[in-house]
Design a binder for this molecule. Structure first.
Ligand code: FAD
Length: 456
């Protein structure tokens, strides 16, 4: 496939960038740590303002929490129960913006179930009405009786509309947009140490593919490490107050024929009355999630007890789902900033703390990544004295062309810096979240396409 080459963003370019650090001794305006949605959004808005950025991601882009979410772009109807009206309104505003201005966020119909474990019918009716009003639409929720499409334990449901996306695509598109604005974005590069040195910050990192250690100078550092943000804060020993808590959420994926609903479903588990989702995505349906404190940001294990909890909760609606139906399961770790002992009651909002040359971000959601990026960019403008325009930013200026098979994988290798098979299977194509065979049948072709990286 012949393509114009000034936009290429591949393993070769990544290595050239890293090797050039020794020769150029360039001081970067900003070094961003973390290539999830938070870091990607910030790199996009800052590079769009002519700020010279370098972004470090220790694995592939979007390999942390940003590929472990429920993939919803939503206001969080559940937060209304805690009277978090302002938060829901902000999230809905962001949802509406993304629906209007991007083609990677789509509307999705939801059924919120009524049974003996749900909120009362009158509370649900009022909650959905408020949710609709906050999202800018005055529409009255209608109650529909269950006519046998779900187990007889479910009395009925209300409909409402929210949105969904591919979380990994959202990250990759922001990363490529940033690169095309002049940012250097490096996957498989882990920041090991940050240190103040003569008015700049020296950032020591390892190229984990080639085993090289390097140091670059930057005027400011932005910690967008999601669940690892606490560990990164400790590296520079600045202002981490210790309030970052980590909560693991897992999802299971089953074939869609097991679920007789084209719409997504919101229900409360009969085991503990926690809200859960059933989300159809073509061939498969995602069911989740759990919310349990963990100690380490690396604890991505899918625990058996969590899988059993999800299965048992979902079986009350669709009794046929069994362990053997699970085609895939995954975990994500929520970075939550708050003090409560109950993860479900800690706000899903975000906190930005800066001290000296470091800006730290704790918490946040996929849905409001643009708000986080704009706030951080404004703060950077304030502390650095640079003029920063955040209107309409961060903007996703990149679209992957409509390609299939080998052409598609080559494109992802050459223009989205896919290096290993998982980079395409799990992230750029997100096959396990869409296909029953998790993309296994494409693996030989993907391996063939990526072989060229070995020789570089
Ligand atoms: C179970 C679950 C379901 C969710 N569902 C939704 C949802 O439906 N909708 C929604 O809006 N939000 C949802 N969220 C929240 C959302 O997924 C997160 O808020 C968001 O993805 C966090 O992005 P991030 O970039 O801050 O963190 P991450 O995506 O984790 O990115 C941080 C990155 O930093 C990298 N990193 C860490 N340390 C270093 C280092 N030393 N050097 C280099 N790189 C480093 C990591 O590898 C990682 O990729 C959900 C979260 C969970 C856990």
């Amino acid at each position: 496939m012949v393509m114009p080459d000034n936009d290429n963003f591949d393993f070769h370019k990544r290595c050239d960038w890293i090797d050039s650090f020794d020769r150029n001794e360039e001081v970067f305006d900003v070094a961003i740590i973390g290539g999830g949605i938070t870091g990607a959004g910030i790199a996009n808005v800052l590079s769009g303002n002519g700020v010279k950025c370098v972004l470090f991601e220790m694995n592939d882009f979007a390999s942390g929490t940003s590929s472990g979410s429920s993939k919803l772009i939503h206001g969080g109807i559940r937060y209304l129960a805690n009277f978090q009206i302002g938060e829901v309104k902000d999230l809905l505003r962001e949802r509406n913006y993304l629906l209007k201005h991007t083609d990677i966020v789509r509307p999705m119909n939801f059924k919120i179930l009524v049974d003996e474990y749900s909120w009362k019918k009158s509370t649900l009716r009022l909650g959905i009405l408020v949710y609709n009003i906050l999202s800018g639409k005055l529409s009255f929720p209608k109650y529909v009786k269950n006519k046998g499409e779900m187990s007889e334990k479910i009395r009925g449901y209300f409909n409402y509309v929210d949105a969904w996306t591919d979380d990994t695509k959202m990250v990759i598109y922001n990363i490529v947009s940033a690169v095309r604005e002049g940012a250097i974005c490096l996957n498989y590069c882990k920041v090991e140490k940050i240190e103040d040195s003569n008015g700049t910050v020296s950032v020591k990192f390892t190229d984990r593919i080639r085993g090289l250690e390097k140091i670059i100078p930057a005027r400011y550092v932005i910690n967008a490490g999601g669940p690892w943000a606490g560990e990164i804060s400790k590296m520079e020993n600045s202002n981490f107050s210790g309030s970052l808590k980590l909560s693991k959420g897992i999802h299971i994926v089953v074939p869609s024929e097991k679920i007789l609903s084209k719409d997504s479903i919101v229900f409360r588990s009969h085991l503990d009355r926690r809200q859960m989702f059933i989300i159809p995505r073509g061939e498969v349906t995602i069911i989740g999630t759990t919310d349990r404190f963990v100690k380490s940001p690396d604890d991505f294990a899918v625990d058996r007890e969590d899988v059993e909890y999800i299965l048992e909760s979902a079986r009350r609606i669709y009794p046929e789902i069994g362990q053997s139906d699970i085609t895939y399961a995954y975990a994500g770790i929520r970075p939550l900033y708050g003090e409560s002992d109950d993860p479900g009651s800690i706000s899903r909002g975000f906190v930005i703390k800066s001290k000296g040359k470091i800006i730290n971000i704790y918490g946040g959601k996929l849905t409001n990544y643009r708000s986080v990026a704009r706030k951080v960019a404004k703060l950077y403008g304030k502390v650095s004295g640079k003029k920063i325009n955040v209107k309409g930013k961060p903007e996703i200026n990149y679209r992957r062309p409509n390609l299939v098979g080998m052409d598609l994988y080559e494109y992802e290798r050459d223009y989205e810096c896919a290096i290993f098979p998982e980079d395409i299977i799990v992230r750029r194509e997100a096959y396990p979240f869409n296909l029953k065979d998790r993309g296994d049948s494409f693996k030989p072709l993907i391996l063939e396409v990526l072989k060229i990286n070995d020789k570089r």
